[in-house]
Design a protein. Structure first.
Lengths: 411, 393
């Protein structure tokens, strides 16, 4: 229906349009606006919504791209990898164990400097087979050189998809980038989204230029040879160099985005909500922001000074900036929609990273508690958030709390 | 800390993998009979499953645990007390598949120590091939036909125990003949092999190679680039296309020579090379088409010249050539250098054809030349032949 809306209003090309669309559809529209050349698809819920929307755009003659249905996720990611090396702008994506099935292709793309942009419709890893959101799928590539971002609205999904191409295809970067969208909460729910015009996007997003890395008969190169210990460390160091400048490049692109489209995101790496005078904050990624913000407002009415920090970019992890932001609070509660079994303090992934950043980046080192919550798509409820805030307040008073607690669990 | 000994065994990948592994293992087990400790291992960066690849096995022996550990703390020994070369064509230089660059066979040998080569040649002949170096060393030959078998089979032609006998003579600090005999009796349980080891011990002699003596050829050198200078994206610049080139006599330009990587030469994997009669060549293109390494240059005459820096010596050109007496594969140890045969032919046809005639006489018939076994019973046929050579030496 949204695409219909788009078509009807396409006459007014240079003007921003508004449509009621899902997060997945927003990303599909971003692909169209970015004039993506090659899309590969293989169905798995909730990612499959985006492939369905793109195929509809292609079928309706609104989008011109190679649309390849692969025989599995591994091929899906291999195909875009090769297309990208040949100079095509590519889009791909998956969810849960589908993403895991592509793992070998995912591991090779950072070293080969492939700026593939992907959507991960976050989904619990099997077993048990479950559709609901957990962040462990996308997080599985956190150490491999991928850029990882979490969005919490359809609008942000569209905007970040455009930003993603600009960041990933920057010659200084050339690394794969995954946009994480929480299954169901974002991929399957419709919201009003402002859709920029093709002209605006063209201005913002230059053509992908692979330069001397283009695999083409006119630029004869050999890609991905076998190499031994004489070479591997230098190759890894090149990817490390990308991470050294990643935050600066992302910041630049967000500024450009703001100039072109007029929509402001402020700090690209995290969003702060009611933190100005907060005693404690909660921190999390993705769509849990909705119940958390509602709960924060409720608690504020009760006079409790609580704020929320929503992490947008997990890789690069803006460590010093995050530590600087968090050190002013008396205690911090991280809400992990993931697990890291056997990790220090048996916490989730995000809490462990935050603690690590605080250890080196903060002078005060307030307590960082962790809450494992909302696994497998379970709702993070407002009372859950109130409970978590209460525990963090206790900690702020100096009453020692367990470092990791499961919230919303039966038992 | 006690004394640490390292022995390296340089061999041809796949054809001698089991032989080299056994020798390295046997050194450790024999030395253990004297209460010493040791480990044996293959060089991890090699891919010894590939045909003809120069590869290495090592044995490290020490008197005590801590000394052994000091030896094991290195990825591979940087200096060795003894080097064994199991195929004399390797004397042209060893180059790992994982590419450390072409290195002389005595690259890691300590000054004054011994290089043992299995060969039918004399040490003085081998020195035409073995590169010169600044430090003197000793060179000894264990007379024998190069022992080739395969990946899963071990050709029990006593090369292993003859090497052990020679080591006992060259490096008695590591193992004595007594220890070798005890090891063979207990583990290999063969009185015949004990006799072979003892004979090798008695006969083994070395010559002193002076500093600067040997093949004066300079091995190509390179520097590994810094990470900032490397191309990104794990990519390598391709070779340009190549093109026609000049006849050395007439100056006529023609033919086609593909551009080749200047650093990555493939000839170190070669145990035999094609010798070509340009006067009988019918220009049928089959050798050029079938060569898996694009090692043939199309000469301005329209004939095909095997570029000997690119040729791996696989012998496919000989097999596909429809002309009798045009391409012959001849043992690599007959040659020095990699100069173009076509250039020699053009400069003096008469001399070239005479040389060709004497050279191809040394070529064994194709059916006898297998790296391994082509038919059932071949092994049994080869054993007496190998033993005969051993006896004569």
């Amino acid at each position: 229906m949204a695409t219909l809306t788009l078509r009807v209003e396409e006459k007014k090309k240079s003007i921003e349009q508004e449509a009621l669309i899902t997060g997945a559809e927003a990303i599909a529209i971003a692909c169209k606006l970015a004039n993506v050349d090659v899309v590969t698809a293989y169905p798995i819920r909730p990612y499959d919504t985006v492939m369905q929307y793109i195929s509809q755009l292609v079928a309706d003659g609104e989008m011109d791209c190679e649309y390849i249905v692969a025989e599995g996720e591994h091929s899906q990611f291999e195909i875009v990898k090769h297309a990208s090396v040949c100079g095509a702008r590519v889009f791909c994506g998956s969810s849960g164990v589908g993403w895991m099935y592509a793992m070998e292709a995912l591991t090779v793309s950072p070293a080969l400097r492939v700026p593939m942009v992907c959507m991960v419709g976050n989904r619990a890893l099997d077993d048990p087979g479950a559709f609901g959101v957990e962040h462990n799928d996308a997080l599985a590539v956190r150490d491999l050189g991928w850029l990882l971002t979490w969005v919490d609205s359809a609008q942000e999904a569209l905007d970040v998809a455009l930003i993603a191409y600009r960041v990933a295809e920057d010659r200084r970067m050339f690394v794969p980038l995954a946009i994480s969208c929480d299954g169901a909460f974002l991929t399957h729910s419709q919201a009003l989204v402002k859709i920029p015009s093709a002209e605006q996007v063209k201005k913002f997003l230059p053509a992908y230029n692979r330069g001397d890395l283009l695999l083409h008969p006119d630029n004869v190169i050999s890609v991905a040879p076998q190499a031994n210990e004489d070479w591997v460390m230098e190759i890894r160091r090149q990817n490390y160099a990308v991470t050294e400048i990643a935050c600066d490049v992302i910041r630049e692109v967000y500024e450009e985005f703001e100039t072109t489209f007029g929509r402001k995101y402020g700090n690209p790496f995290f969003e702060e909500y009611m933190t100005e005078d907060a005693d404690i904050v909660l921190l999390g990624m993705g769509t849990m922001s909705t119940p958390v913000k509602v709960a924060v407002r409720k608690l504020r009415q009760e006079g409790k000074k609580v704020g929320f920090v929503r992490l947008r970019w997990f890789r690069p992890f803006a460590g010093p900036e995050i530590a600087k932001c968090l050190e002013r609070f008396k205690a911090i509660g991280v809400i992990d929609r993931d697990f890291s079994f056997g990790s220090p303090d048996l916490s989730g992934v995000v809490a462990t990273e935050v603690r690590s950043a605080m250890y080196t980046g903060s002078a005060t080192r307030p307590p960082v508690l962790d809450f494992i919550c909302g696994l497998g798509g379970r709702e993070v409820t407002v009372p859950d958030v109130e409970l978590m805030a209460e525990i963090v307040f206790e900690s702020a008073k100096g009453i020692v709390q367990p470092l990791t607690q499961w919230i919303g669990l039966r038992g | 800390m006690g004394q640490l000994f390292a022995v390296e065994v340089i061999y041809r990948g796949v054809f001698q993998k089991t032989l080299a592994k056994n020798i390295a293992r046997d050194i450790v087990l024999a030395a253990h009979n004297e209460g010493k400790l040791g480990i044996s291992f293959g060089r991890y960066g090699d891919a010894p499953e590939r045909n003809g690849i120069p590869a290495k096995s090592f044995a490290i022996v020490a008197g005590d645990e801590e000394t052994l550990q000091a030896g094991m703390a290195q990825y591979e020994p940087k200096q060795v007390d003894l080097t064994v070369v199991l195929d004399d064509t390797l004397c042209k230089g060893a180059e790992s598949w994982a590419w450390y660059g072409l290195k002389p066979v005595h690259d890691a040998l300590k000054p004054g120590h011994t290089l043992i080569v299995v060969s039918l040649e004399n040490p003085s002949t081998l020195l035409k091939t073995i590169h010169r170096r600044e430090q003197p060393y000793k060179l000894g030959v264990v007379k024998g036909v190069t022992s080739f078998s395969g990946m899963w089979v071990f050709k029990d032609d006593h090369t292993d125990v003859r090497i052990l006998g020679a080591i006992a003579k060259a490096l008695p600090e590591v193992l004595s003949l007594q220890s070798v005999e005890t090891f063979i009796n207990e583990k290999l349980k063969s009185p015949l092999k004990v006799a072979s080891a003892r004979t090798a011990f008695d006969r083994f002699a070395t010559i002193e190679v002076k500093a600067g003596e040997g093949n004066p050829e300079e091995l190509f050198k390179f520097d590994l680039p810094r990470w900032e200078d490397m191309r990104s994206g794990v990519s390598i610049k391709g070779q340009p296309q190549g093109g026609p080139y000049a006849d050395p006599v007439s100056g006529k330009v023609g033919g086609f020579r593909p551009a080749r990587n200047e650093l990555f030469k493939k000839y170190s994997t070669r145990t035999q090379r094609p010798v070509i009669n340009f006067s009988t060549c019918t220009k049928c293109t089959l050798c050029w088409l079938n060569c898996p390494d694009a090692s043939f240059d199309v000469t301005p005459d329209g004939t095909y010249d095997a570029n000997l820096e690119a040729c791996c010596g696989c012998g496919i050109c000989e097999e596909v050539c429809p002309v009798k007496d045009c391409v012959h594969m001849v043992n690599e140890s007959e040659f020095h250098g990699n100069d173009s045969q076509w250039v020699a032919f053009k400069k003096d046809q008469h001399t070239y054809l005479k040389w060709l005639e004497s050279t191809i006489k040394k070529a064994e018939p194709i059916e006898k030349r297998a790296h391994g076994f082509r038919y059932r019973g071949q092994y049994e046929e080869q054993i007496p032949e190998a033993l005969e050579v051993a006896k004569k030496s």
